[in-house]
Write a protein that binds this ligand. Structure first.
Ligand code: FES
Length: 108
């Protein structure tokens, strides 16, 4: 089963085994990972699922859609040109069986 690691300020982390086909946002909300809100339910309309993807995993990510691109300009924490993604738009599965992300200090 894919593994997702959510790193927090201060050096703590949540490590989850996640069903394939699940987004980083959905897995975080279901498991009470702090710092991921997912207010719009995964429609790429709120930007409260913003994460910074760690370097080794950037190459395995899907392209950024037009909707995600627009919302990434609305994040509360500063956008990182390379590493910022919406957690609801990144889904684990055969092409992405492990990923580590940093959770921003604030989403709202
Ligand atoms: S949950 Fe709203 S943009 Fe991801």
């Amino acid at each position: 089963m894919p593994t997702v690691t959510y790193h927090h300020d201060g050096g703590t982390a949540d490590v989850l085994d996640v069903e394939p086909g699940t987004s980083l946002m959905r897995a975080a909300v279901r498991n009470g990972v702090r710092g991921i809100v997912g207010e719009c339910g995964g429609q790429a309309m709120c930007a409260t699922c913003h994460v910074y993807v760690r370097d080794p995993y950037l190459g395995a990510l899907p392209d950024i859609s037009e909707d995600e691109e627009e919302m990434l300009d609305c994040t509360t924490a500063p956008r990182d040109a390379d590493r910022s993604r919406l957690g609801c738009q990144v889904v684990v599965g055969p092409d992405l069986d492990e990923i580590e992300v940093d959770v921003p200090a604030s989403q709202v």
